[in-house]
Write a protein that binds this ligand. Sequence first.
Ligand code: KE4
Length: 445
Amino acid sequence: MSQPQPSTVTDRYAKSTQAHAKAKTLMPGGVNSPVRAYSAVGREPITIARGKGCVVSDIDGNDYIDYVGSFGPLILGHAAEPVVAAVTKTATHGTSFGMPTELETKLAEVVIDAVPSVEVVRFVNSGTEAAMSALRLARAATGRGKVIKCVGCYHGHTDAMLVSAGSGATTLGTPSSPGVPEGLVKNTLLVPYNDLAAVEATMKANKGEIACMAVEPIAGNMGCIPPEAGYLQGLRRLCDEHGVLLLFDEVMTGFRVDYGCAQKLYNVMPDLTCMGKVVGGGLPCAAYGGRGDLMRQVAPDGPMYQAGTLSGNPLAMAAGLATLEALKADDFAAYAQLEESSRRLEMGLVEAATSAGVPVYLTRVGSMICPFFVSVPDKRVVNYDDATACRTDRFAAFFRTMLDEGVVLPPAQFEAWFVGTAHDDEAIDKTTAAAAKAFAVAAEV
Ligand code: KE4
């Protein structure tokens, strides 16, 4: 019997809806990371069957041009041939040993060669683990307990950083989560992003007590908010003046905006760097690294303890190596391509929003892009307050129409979109054609 043709849009998602209903009986929200539950966009999530290139397909057989890209790792697109080949080959030799492999050494060499401030690196399994470990190291190395973070930046869900956190924490309305004891977060000092005066005042008010300033060099967890001119350079200067370590959380920006990360793009060198996402090519892999005198304080070289059963896992190392090798090939040609395709998308989205008469402030750094549905025309978005003042209702309407038109986006205003090397002109142009319809719908909200 032939498959019944869906009679309504909801039929189109029937299997996803059914799958999510079952998942919800077994896992919180039916997901393993809150943002995937689609709570900010007023509809059930789609359940993915497979991906190839820039397209993912749900279990109902609907195809989507994908700008989630696993929230950043899939810079080469889904099931990229070099990554699949490397992981498949590596798996035939075993998947994990709890003993050193040369794959870890090879990826460490590539990372240290690529990232200008990193002299020594340690692999872990998630960005959260990288940020947690780097923070512990900064505290161990300085003997100081306080950390400055920006409101709206997200450094994973480690307790000390789950304060005014962006990404899903903001999307779900819990930027400071319950369950984090006051005693733990009293040492986390908050400043607005892009506000050097606030950082200087905080450092002056806590002289000798601050271990590090943690920052996303490009804020990717309240949408995509670039650093204002001089901001990162100012942070470096203030950290030097006050003996505070500068920690760049490059989990999202690392190898995304430049092969040398944001620190190369802006030519500002942190003392410690967190990496993730792209560095693992879609497998669970992250890292922290930086100055040798600091990293040599990590066990077993030094007393700061950090460990992990699957850290440096051969499959993740193989995926990371294949990904970075592809990004480096032909004199980093991938980044020129990403700049061209992302620029094409940016121009198409701006034109579509303008035609629909929807106030949108669009930001882009390389292949990270975000249209902010600002509440008034010509409003710039430079920090968390600006981002959270956006019309999230309009974003939700825009998201739903894009999905129906075959384009899947990160399901929240407070996320960045990711363009990958698999997004060709046809995919970009289909996206902007869909956006013309979606902006028109959003304009009615
Ligand atoms: P993970 O623990 O999710 O691997 O990384 C945490 C993290 C740390 N630092 C930065 C700058 C990050 O962007 C992230 C994670 N990013 C989100 C996307 N906004 C992950 C998506 C999710 O939570 O499901």
